[in-house]
Ligand binder design. Structure first.
Ligand SMILES: [Fe+2]
Length: 261
C-alpha cells in the first residue's frame, strides 16, 4: 500500500462524525462547483441518482444519510474505511454490497487533484449510480470476481474497474455522456473527457483490460458503453474467461508518456 498523509475521521458512540467547519467548507466548494460542471455532461442515470441522494451543499453528509437512500434503492451501503485499504478488503466490501468510503476530505491545497480517493470522490462520484440497479449489480459481481481472483487476474480486473466505474462514458440519445465517478468528481476531467481531445473507443471488456493507465494524469482514452445495461449484461458473462483472453493477448502500448522518476 502507498503512503497517505490523510487520516479518516472516527465516528463518536452514536456513529456521528464531527468534521471541523473548514472541512465542511471544502465540501461546499467542491459540490457547488461540480454541480455546474456536470450539467449536460453527466448521464441521466447519474443525475437521477444525485436527485435521490439529495446531498447537502453546506456540510459533509453523514454515511447514515447515504445508507438510507442506497438501502431503499439497491440495498447497497457505504462502509467507513481508513484512507487506503488493501485489495482484499476492497473486494470483500464490494462482494457484500458495501462501498468503501474513507471519511476524510482533501485539503484546500489539493482541491483540484488528489490521488487518494476522499469522501467527496466516493460520495459525489460513486454513490449516485449505486442507486441504479444495473450499475449496482455490476459492482456487486465485480467484488465477487475480485475476491476469487488471483493476484495476476486482479491486475486485469483493476483495469476493467478503471475503464468503467471510474472513467466510463455512455452513449445516449443526446450524445456521449459521463458515468465514471473518477471523471465526475473532477471538474478538469469532466470538461476534458468530452472535449474532443481524448480518444473514445466503443466499450469492449477485453480491450479495456488490455489498456494501461496512469492514475496521475488525464486519461488519453475512454471507453463508451452503448447503455448502462451493458454493465449488467457483463456481470452475467464469464468475466474470468475474458480476463484469460486479455492476459493471452497482452497489454497494449501505453498512449501516455512514462511517469517521470
Ligand atoms: Fe473511485
Amino acid at each position: 500500500m502507498k503512503q497517505t498523509h490523510y487520516v479518516a475521521r472516527e465516528p463518536d458512540a452514536n456513529g456521528f462524525i464531527d468534521y471541523p467547519a473548514a472541512e465542511h467548507e471544502v465540501w461546499n466548494t467542491l459540490i457547488t462547483r461540480q454541480l455546474k460542471v456536470i450539467e449536460g455532461r453527466a448521464c441521466d442515470e447519474f443525475m437521477h441518482g444525485l436527485e435521490r441522494l439529495d446531498l447537502p451543499h453546506e456540510r459533509i453528509p453523514q454515511l447514515s444519510e447515504i445508507n438510507q437512500v442506497l438501502g431503499a434503492t439497491t440495498g447497497w451501503q457505504v462502509a467507513r474505511v481508513p484512507a487506503l485499504i488493501p485489495f482484499q478488503t476492497f473486494f470483500e466490501l464490494l462482494a457484500s454490497k458495501r462501498f468503501p468510503v474513507a471519511t476524510f476530505i482533501r485539503t484546500p491545497e489539493e482541491l483540484d487533484y488528489l490521488q487518494e480517493p476522499d469522501i467527496f470522490h466516493e460520495i459525489f462520484g460513486h454513490c449516485p449510480l449505486l442507486t441504479n440497479p444495473w450499475f449496482a449489480e455490476f459492482t456487486h459481481a465485480y467484488g465477487q470476481l475480485g475476491l476469487a481472483a488471483s493476484k495476476e487476474q486482479r491486475v486485469y480486473l483493476a483495469r476493467l474497474y478503471w475503464m468503467t466505474i471510474e472513467f466510463g462514458l455512455l452513449d445516449t440519445a443526446h450524445g456521449t455522456r459521463i458515468y465514471g465517478g473518477g471523471i465526475l468528481s473532477s471538474p478538469k476531467e469532466t470538461r476534458y473527457a468530452l472535449s474532443g481531445e481524448p480518444e473514445h473507443q466503443a466499450f469492449d471488456p477485453i480491450e479495456a483490460m488490455r489498456t494501461p493507465y496512469r492514475i496521475d494524469i488525464l486519461q488519453p482514452v475512454y471507453f463508451t458503453l452503448p447503455s448502462l445495461k451493458r454493465l449488467f449484461d457483463l456481470a452475467h458473462e464469464d468475466v474470468m474467461a475474458l480476463v484469460a483472453q486479455a492476459t493471452a493477448l497482452g497489454l497494449h502500448a501505453p498512449k501516455f508518456p512514462p511517469k517521470a522518476a
